[in-house]
Design a protein around this ligand. Sequence first.
Ligand code: FES
Ligand code: FES
Length: 166
Amino acid sequence: MRRIALTVNGVRREAEVEPRLLLVYFLRETLGLTGTNVGCDTSSCGACTVLVDGQSVKSCTMLAVQADGTEVATIEGLARGGQLHPLQEAFRQHHGLQCGFCTPGMIMAGLGLIESGAGMSDEEVRLGLEGNLCRCTGYQNIVTAIQDAAGKMRQAAPAGVQGGSE
Ligand code: FES
Ligand code: FES
């Protein structure tokens, strides 16, 4: 067993974990954060996407011990004070989900994309989401939601100051 300490959604967490434990199972089973989904066993669906030190990562491709000392953000950390995060609100407004299974991963991947400062053309957003699969929506509403949220978030916090803690 290895002892790890990391910050998850702004809260410091410490645990003893097996070295083979994947980050996604640490989040879901050790911490009970079941918003991060597991949709495949081939690292291809992106349902497990979280942010690790601000970068979107498929948490089924990373060991919990590799997250030692990092800051992890999951879907549970986005809403504040009962208010949806602007990206969650945009998914709601633009019907960016149907069954919702891919949605936590889509939102975290979208957030990583927005906070990276990436371009927000249709092509750029689709390229940024190429690691995330949705069986329901056809993607266009997801792309629209991310573009809309990016516009609002970048207006509120221009040029590289997104993602700071409040
Ligand atoms: S569970 Fe499918 S990519 Fe991680
Ligand atoms: S909304 Fe069903 S998989 Fe994306």
